[in-house]
Write a protein that binds this ligand. Structure first.
Ligand code: PLP
Length: 368
């Protein structure tokens, strides 16, 4: 019969990440495989982060600084918020888990949008919370529907901005209105994992809410995307100190490893790398738009480093066939978008290869 696990775990589907490159090489006997499935940086890691890592290696016999003092100082300078308002985490995912641990009891409600980041669902269920999903509006979050879904039992609301997997943003005015309307017993999580890639002026200056002392807002960010450090696991949250104190009660003592802290400080200084990343991403997005238009495929204009495209076919099937060409992308089924692919923007060569393979695969699969 085995050890009894937590009630409700049987209905949690484990998160399925993009297939690792090595696995696809082994399975398909391929040498050259390109992963455009997990919104990683195609340029590699920030070179300044790599230098900082080298310098930190001899200190690996020591536990890391549990307070992340130096990295919080560096972030404080970078963001112009006091270090007491910053909590560093083992990826933004780590902070999402800690928020769920700290704020959810059995039956607490969590409001999320349909077609949004599935980790919110997973950790809500793990803490036996109840998930309330609101419909999307033109592939983006509908903040009015989200606000209307709040009840006395609501503890958290996740606003993924830009939204993964649709790449859409909700504008500054809308977010402002939402924050005014949400009662103070609800913690608003503004997940800005992709904020570097946003190219509209109508994007909220969310740090303003924290500087103003809003007690129920936390902004999440990550080093995984724009700085190319997904493998080291480093994220952070910005919120008033009282809120961060609550999170610290549930976190493990050394959640952020020593190398991650060093790499983060290096990356923050790497403006050159950030510039290159944003340039290559903007060019890649334009290329995809142009090619998808030529192929007659509907896509959602993106404020991120990925593009959501409707292939009008079973997208899981399309993904399987792309694997044979050595291309890993993400099918939309887990996001309630079964005919869509989410494709990470790569280098110009990778993007061209993707388009060629996609044309080939689509020609062989029937429309559905
Ligand atoms: C919207 C969103 N939030 C958070 C994360 C987690 O980021 P991290 O790699 O820092 O855990 C991701 C990663 O893909 C994401 O897409």
């Amino acid at each position: 019969m085995g050890v009894r696990y937590q009630r409700g775990l049987e209905c949690i589907a484990p998160y399925i990440p993009g297939k690792p490159i090595e696995e696809v090489k082994r399975e398909y006997g391929l040498e050259d495989v390109i992963k455009l499935a997990s919104n990683e940086n195609p340029l590699g890691p920030s070179p300044k982060a790599l230098v900082a890592l080298q310098q930190a290696l001899p200190n690996l016999n020591y536990y890391p600084d549990g307070q992340c003092f130096s990295l919080r100082q560096a972030l404080s300078l970078h963001l112009q918020v006091p270090p007491e308002q910053i909590a560093v985490s083992n990826g933004a995912d780590g902070l999402i888990l800690e928020l769920c641990m700290a704020y959810l009891d059995e039956g607490s409600e969590v409001v999320v949008s349909r077609s949004s980041f599935p980790i919110y669902d997973l950790f809500t269920h793990a803490m036996r919370g109840t998930l309330i999903k609101t419909p999307t509006h033109e592939y983006g979050l509908d903040l009015t529907a989200m606000a209307d879904s709040i009840t006395e039992r609501t503890r958290l609301v996740f606003v993924c901005n830009p939204n993964n997997p649709t790449g859409t943003v909700v504008g500054a005015g809308e977010v402002d209105d939402f924050i005014q309307h949400v009662p103070e017993h609800v913690l608003i999580v503004l997940d800005e994992a992709y904020y570097h890639f946003v190219d509209t002026r109508d994007y909220p200056d969310s740090l303003r809410y924290i500087r103003e002392g809003r007690p129920n807002v936390i902004v999440l960010r990550t080093f995984s995307k724009a700085y190319g450090l997904a493998g080291i696991r480093l994220g952070y949250g910005i919120a008033v100190p009282l809120l961060l104190d609550t999170i610290h009660k549930v976190r493990e003592p050394f959640a952020v490893n020593l190398l991650a802290q060093a790499a983060g400080i290096g990356a923050l200084n790497d403006e050159e790398f950030l510039r290159q990343t944003l340039d290559i991403n903007a060019a890649g997005r334009r290329f995809f738009y142009q090619e998808f238009q030529r192929m007659g495929l509907f896509f959602v204009p993106s404020h991120t480093n990925f593009v959501l495209v409707n292939v009008s076919r079973n997208a899981t099937e399309v993904c399987k066939n792309l694997l044979k060409h050595g291309l890993i992308v993400r099918p939309g089924l887990a996001y309630d978008l079964p005919q869509f692919l989410r494709i990470t923007v790569g280098t110009a060569t990778q993007n061209s290869r993707l388009v060629c393979a996609l044309e080939d695969v689509l020609a062989k699969i029937q429309l559905s």
